[in-house]
Design a protein around this ligand. Structure first.
Ligand SMILES: Nc1ncnc2c1ncn2[C@@H]1O[C@H](COP(=O)(O)OP(=O)(O)OP(=O)(O)O)[C@@H](O)[C@H]1O
Ligand SMILES: [Mg+2]
Length: 453
């Protein structure tokens, strides 16, 4: 569950618990205060009745004296007084003051029962036997109810305001964290240009600063890494070129010379009837021819056949033709965009090597029947794809250390130019694997200002 929701839930739960506690306390106080009030009212009323009874002997000339006691209770909010005759019937009952009645559930919750007190009258009060006093807690409960209702209303407004304010504060405080989390996700994809604005509370702005420093370091390391890989590949290309030149210039002429000399010796030996020598020399000639073929094959591998001379498209077509000759059953199709003619030397070499390795993999591991090589010019990127219809990859290709060098080498070569290479199974419904290399025409040094979140 998101932290924002968790915090709001915690706040609502705390408010609800407080409300329950306040409600319980209010209920307990209400029951106590109504009880106390009723007892006090009953005691006061009893005192009035007893005072009246005490004065009865002195008021014997006033037969209505006792009857005037009951109207004295008219308008009382808590006590009802009843004058009871000797036959048990009520001779007079006081009229209580009436206020708004509380809801019945609240009356039940307060739970204060009416109390009845019978105060007997002396014989002088005949024909009346007693005065009955009865408490009626409804008025008092009504008062308490009005207080509780107003307090609850204020509490509800307070809780609502607290929740809304809390929601706003939590949202405000968490928004830098959410930006930070988006930044980390972007860094996780290998894009170190992401930056987070440093604002909010000091703890969070420090986090944002540390994040930005880390992203900057990673970016610097990555561009250093790219530069190093680029240098490595350049050195590798130079080494290959030197080796190819030496083989071509130093070994090639000597092999040629040996062949020419051997042919001359063979001719001489045959002319002089030394057929045995002639046969041996012919065998030397065959070995030399074999060595020449071998050297030419090595040269082809070391230097992409005429990449600089014939251009990328022709060089790729030559490569396709090379494999086609050896695997006639596999159809190799080449589609190179016209813009490929403008691709610079470093990019052309990388593209050529990617296609060379991917073709070799598709034939060696995929047992493919059809291979499509595409070099497309998409906006600022050059996209190279080699898709085969073979068996596909047995397991996904990861960045984990492996003891094979083909895919690792392709990835490094492309990364060295600021690009990205993926090897995966095809997702277009066909079987087989697809190698995709995306090379920016711009180099890593030209990457614009980092994007701020
Ligand atoms: N087109 C493909 N079809 C099926 N499997 C493939 C394909 N390309 C690569 N693979 C699998 O990926 C593995 C790694 O390929 P990678 O080119 O790195 O090494 P390799 O070809 O085995 O050896 P090398 O170092 O000589 O290139 C291969 O061994 C193969 O199992
Ligand atoms: Mg390979």
């Amino acid at each position: 569950m998101p932290l924002r929701i968790q915090l709001i839930f915690a706040m609502v739960a705390a408010l609800l618990i407080s409300l329950v506690l306040v409600g319980t306390l209010a209920w307990w106080n209400a029951a106590r205060s109504v009880n106390t009030e009723m007892h006090a009212a009953m005691d006061a009323a009893e005192r009035v009745v007893r005072t009246t009874i005490a004065q009865l002997p002195a008021t014997s000339d006033d037969p209505l004296y006792i009857e005037r006691l009951i109207p004295a209770f008219d308008g009382n909010r808590h006590i009802k007084a009843v004058l009871v005759k000797s036959d048990g019937l009520a001779a007079a009952t006081s009229a209580m003051a009436s206020t708004g009645a509380p809801p019945s559930w609240f009356t039940r919750a307060v739970g204060v029962a009416p109390e009845i007190r019978d105060i007997p009258l002396p014989p002088e009060a005949a024909p009346y036997r007693a005065v009955t006093l009865q408490t009626d807690p409804r008025n008092e409960i009504g008062e308490v109810w009005a207080r509780v209702r107003d307090d609850s209303l204020i509490m509800a407004v307070f809780c609502l305001a607290t929740v809304l304010l809390g929601r706003w504060i939590v949202g405000h405080a968490l928004s830098p964290l959410e930006k930070l989390s988006r930044g980390i996700a972007i860094i996780g994809t290998g894009n170190y240009a992401a930056r987070v604005q440093s604002h909010g509370p000091p703890e969070i702005s420090e986090l944002a600063d540390s994040f930005n420093t880390m992203a900057e370091h990673l970016g610097t390391l990555e561009s250093k890494n790219h530069r190093l890989t680029g240098q490595l590949l350049t050195i590798q290309e130079e080494e290959r070129t030197d080796l190819a030149r030496d083989l071509h210039d130093e070994v090639g002429p000597f092999l040629f010379a040996v062949n020419v000399d051997a042919a001359a010796i063979a001719r001489d030996a045959e002319a002089k009837g030394l057929s045995e020598i002639a046969t041996q020399v012919r065998s030397i000639q065959e070995s030399v021819t074999h060595m020449q073929r071998h050297v030419r094959a090595i040269l082809r591998r070391l230097r992409p056949a005429g990449l600089q001379d014939v251009g990328l498209e022709q060089a790729v077509s030559n490569l396709a033709a090379f494999w086609q000759q050896r695997h006639a059953e596999t159809a190799i199709r080449v589609h190179v965009a016209p813009g490929a003619a403008d691709i610079n030397e470093a990019h052309s070499a990388a593209i050529y090597r990617v296609i060379q390795e991917s073709l070799s993999n598709a034939v060696r591991h995929g047992q493919s029947r059809g291979i499509d090589i595409t070099v497309a010019d998409i906006g600022d990127d050059i996209v190279v794809e080699v898709a085969d219809d073979g068996v596909g990859l047995a397991r996904p290709v990861t960045d984990a250390v492996s003891n094979t060098f083909g895919i690792v080498g392709m990835k490094e070569r492309v990364a060295g130019l600021g690009g990205r290479l993926t090897v995966a199974n095809r997702t277009d419904g066909c079987s087989g694997a697809i190698v995709t290399a995306r090379l920016p025409r711009q180099t890593a040094e030209d990457i614009s200002e980092p994007a701020a979140l």
